[in-house]
Design a protein around this ligand. Sequence first.
Ligand SMILES: Cc1cc2nc3c(=O)[nH]c(=O)nc-3n(C[C@H](O)[C@H](O)[C@H](O)COP(=O)(O)OP(=O)(O)OC[C@H]3O[C@@H](n4cnc5c(N)ncnc54)[C@H](O)[C@@H]3O)c2cc1C
Length: 343
Amino acid sequence: MAQSVPASLKPFNTFGIEATCNELLSFNDEQAIQSWLRDSQPDIDSLFILGGGSNLLLLDHIDLTFIQPNILGIAYQEKGASDEVLVTAGAGVNWHELVLDTLSNGYSGLENLSLIPGNVGAAPIQNIGAYGVELKDCFVTLRAVELTSGEVKEFSAEDCQFGYRDSIFKNSLKGRYVITQVTLRLSKKLQPHIDYAPLKQILADKTEITAPIISQAVIAIRRSKLPDPAKLGNAGSFFKNPVITVEQYLTLQNAFPEMVAYQIDNEHYKLAAGWLIEQAGLKGYRQGDAGVHEKQALVLVNYGRATGQDILNIAKEVRDKVLELFGVQLEPEVWIIGEQKIF
Ligand SMILES: Cc1cc2nc3c(=O)[nH]c(=O)nc-3n(C[C@H](O)[C@H](O)[C@H](O)COP(=O)(O)OP(=O)(O)OC[C@H]3O[C@@H](n4cnc5c(N)ncnc54)[C@H](O)[C@@H]3O)c2cc1C
């Protein structure tokens, strides 16, 4: 176990926000987590599990101990003569490195999820998704250490209760388990998911579609649309796309015929939060070093020296303006960690 009191959490969050915590502990395997829990018997409400810090907004000093499972390793298991292959990766493996590793081994399944920042251990938390594919589509099982008992538990897809940017780990089991490894189902034979319009368009002139080609197309689209956190601090989509009832949708559609929406089932529609924010005139809006990205309104950015509170203030303005104009409540997708609670 590596232990440190970080002077700054700036290198540990893609927003690039200055913040501190009580202690940062890093673990290289499951047993190290278990022995630390046994020896120190921590109050689990004093802990925060840190992955790659790409979905966090940190506020000033955080009165918590951060624990980071830096468990590495990728292992494959082929399933006899079938096309199915299982991949098991440690929680600390960088997600995109896992995607590239599966592709270089000739396996498909993760190509649409290329270039999503963060680590494998966090992927099930919000059931990461992009370009028509979600983690749950290839998820098999995960291992996690329960923070109260130190016991290891395996979770099936059903146990995880995956939903849109959601799982049991954001609800009844929030902050209760450290995920240590994840197993996913891949295939030797590509089943392409290329219905998403920009993807379809970029692939239209290709004579052959392979998983690496889909991955490259996804990477190109993402690079053209989303700011690179290494250059401009951000945590991806700040808000979730709101889900509304058919009745709400029909009322809004009447008032805003050009509104971007997708039907999810017979009773619900999902709205494009980025469109709502853009219509509210907030695309490119800036207050000091905190702002709404000029190309992608769903992304809040740190132009350099913004504090967590500066970003939060912008988020609040965005939320209030959208509520006032459309009567739709935006919920953050990003985890806001610290004292202030406005959402
Ligand atoms: C530019 C950009 C683009 C993005 N695009 C997408 C996208 O297309 N789709 C998408 O779904 N997300 C996207 N995101 C959000 C982010 O990449 C994902 O949420 C990612 O899974 C977060 O991983 P992380 O390791 O950085 O987790 P962190 O930000 O460190 O943590 C996120 C949450 O997971 C918990 N957690 C982390 N690791 C573990 C663990 N091992 N066990 C238990 N809990 C844990 C944390 O406590 C926290 O609650 C984007 C972010 C950025 C910056």
